[in-house]
Design a binder for this molecule. Structure first.
Ligand code: R5P
Length: 283
């Protein structure tokens, strides 16, 4: 199998090919004078079996993914890994007249197999025509947390949607977990229901699938610190970290931000490459 790394996932694609000792194909990504994207796979490929790895963080990333898939039209088997899939949070019609954006994106992606990682809602997987598999990067986050040698650590999920993540990350690690209840008030603001947690003097890791504006994490950090938590860490699979999210988290008193390389950021200290490699190795 050959691996093509898209512009948004070069590090992860490189790490996957390093684990699998597979051929990593180099592509060129440029822009035309009018702003349209130009993509070309520079290395020759055998044409049998190719895996494209490309997160769709921005609209341009999505176009790049479509271009790479099209560039592989003559390849017998095309697998697509979308480590972070943009628009996945619009997984239903919240108001009349809205599209289910995640469905629109999924329907446009034509491949033999599609992999995502901790997609916001599993229901999105049904919208792909291809066989679609959602991978779980929380065990690698759990391993990282375990190695931090924290003081009586506790993993907290900031809302009930992330309880499964906290459970998976703590599994086999001997770490406790608990959860909070969140109500989203707007795109930028949330309200976390006060709850007494056993955090006094303990190091706490708040784990979520995505940190976007940082509003959820900042509020949770403030709540946990007011209850006497020792060091508070935030961990997520997808560090979207839009606008001033990082500043908000440090202002709220975070000790460190832990994230994976589904989106390549300075805080991407955990690699999802072993998870992807394990999945595509079987193809
Ligand atoms: C939403 O349900 C997700 O799991 C995250 O909690 C959310 O996307 C985080 O967004 P923000 O960082 O903007 O609060």
């Amino acid at each position: 199998m050959e691996i093509i790394g898209g512009p948004a996932s070069q590090l992860l694609a490189g790490r996957v090919s390093e684990i699998l000792k597979n051929n990593l194909l180099v592509s060129e990504f440029k822009k035309f004078p009018d702003g349209e994207l130009y993509t070309r796979v520079l290395d020759k490929f055998s044409g049998d079996n190719v895996t494209i790895i490309q997160s769709t963080v921005t609209d341009s990333d999505f176009v790049s993914l479509l271009q790479l898939i099209d560039a592989c039209s003559d390849v017998s088997r095309v697998n697509v890994v979308i480590p972070y899939m943009g628009y996945a949070r619009q997984d239903k019609q919240f108001k009349s007249g809205e599209p289910v954006s995640s469905r629109a994106i999924a329907r446009a992606i034509k491949a033999d197999t599609v992999y995502t990682i901790n997609i916001h809602d599993e229901s999105v997987m049904d919208h792909f025509d291809a066989k679609a598999v959602n991978l779980d990067a929380t065990p690698v986050i759990g391993k990282y947390i375990k190695n931090l040698e924290l003081k009586d650590p506790l993993i907290i999920s900031p809302d009930d949607g992330a309880i499964g993540l906290a459970q998976n990350a703590s599994k086999d690690m001997g770490i406790d977990y608990d959860f909070l209840e969140k109500t989203r008030l707007s795109g930028e603001t949330v309200s976390i229901k006060p709850k007494n947690l056993a955090v006094k003097g303990r190091d706490v890791i708040i784990l979520d699938d995505i940190i976007s504006t940082g509003g959820t994490m900042a509020q949770t950090i403030t709540l946990l610190r007011s209850q006497g938590a020792h060091d508070v860490y935030t961990a997520c699979v997808h560090p979207v970290l839009s606008n001033n999210a990082v500043l908000k988290l440090f202002k709220a008193g975070v000790k460190a931000i832990i994230a994976t390389d589904t989106i390549d950021k300075g805080v991407s200290v955990v690699s999802a490459a072993p998870v992807v490699a394990e999945a595509v190795r079987k193809i």
